[in-house]
Design a protein around this ligand. Structure first.
Ligand SMILES: [Zn+2]
Length: 266
């Protein structure tokens, strides 16, 4: 598989480039943004002011006891943006979809075009389950190392493979970007989305360690980088399966990255 062998070659040639989706520069971004710096991530803009609950003159009347009314306005609601890169991939994408469905969780999948071409059925399932689909290039290219023409080709070919369900968001492989790549990305109709946290899941850490990373990533509007493709990902599936109920108990819900809710106008 071209994409996989390239990744292996890259990792072998550059041991400091540690992640399928990371680079030294991206690592810096990830650590700085996790300390609160706004960035090109899934951090949502502040939501519109929640309508305040009118003070009740008769606080104990039976008619005012409508839990469903107040349940729709929860100023304390916390959200986590789970993002899965490098798929679709057999069998992990389907396993992730099953775990998400069981926990009523929505996520974002940054897909690789040549994998989309191999598994159009999985793209359809991702979309039908309500998740967002972002562009992650055709063959996981480092966009800072190819021509401008190639960057456009990577994005356009992937968009054609995905079709109308492609969202207007792109995550550059390895987090590798620069002014030129960002400009072309904008011109091609995408927002650049990186992440605020990761779980080093390209190394598939043991489950206790993996859960520790996810615990550390637990905060409102965290955008967590994970992988459903690019290699063997059983521990990603297992860690997310364990962690989702824990997060739910802490009051978190799971949504697509807000910038990925807009369809790409290809
Ligand atoms: Zn990637």
């Amino acid at each position: 598989m071209v994409f996989r062998s390239r990744l292996v070659a890259l990792l072998a040639a550059a041991p400091l480039v540690v992640a399928a989706c990371s680079s030294g520069a991206a690592q810096q971004t990830a650590t700085t943004t996790s300390s609160g710096q706004p960035a090109v991530t899934g951090a949502a803009s502040p939501s519109a002011a929640s309508p305040s609950v009118p003070p009740s003159l008769t606080p104990t009347t039976e008619k005012s006891a409508s839990p469903s009314a107040s349940a729709t306005v929860d100023p304390d609601a916390k959200v986590i943006y789970l993002t899965f890169d490098d798929g679709p991939w057999v069998p992990y994408t389907q396993q992730i979809l099953d775990v998400l469905a069981k926990n009523d969780a929505t996520a974002t999948f940054f897909v690789v075009g040549e994998m989309v071409q191999q598994h159009p059925d999985l793209i359809r399932k991702i979309h039908e389950a309500g998740h967002a689909i972002g562009n992650h290039t055709w063959d996981h290219a480092n966009l800072t190392e190819v021509s401008e023409e190639q960057v456009r080709w990577e994005l356009r070919k992937t968009a054609r493979a995905v079709g109308p369900t492609m969202a207007a968001c792109m995550r550059p492989p390895y987090g590798a970007t620069n002014e030129t790549v960002r400009r072309i990305t904008r011109q091609e109709g995408y927002r650049t989305i990186l992440w605020t946290h990761w779980a080093v899941d390209w190394e598939q850490p043991a489950i206790p360690e993996f859960l520790g990373y996810l615990e550390d990533a637990t905060q409102d509007k965290a955008n967590i980088l994970l992988h459903d493709g690019g290699g063997d990902r059983p521990n990603t599936v297992e860690a997310v399966r364990i962690m989702l109920p824990r997060w739910i108990k802490k009051g978190y819900s799971f949504q697509a990255v807000p910038q990925c809710l807009t369809p790409h106008r290809g």
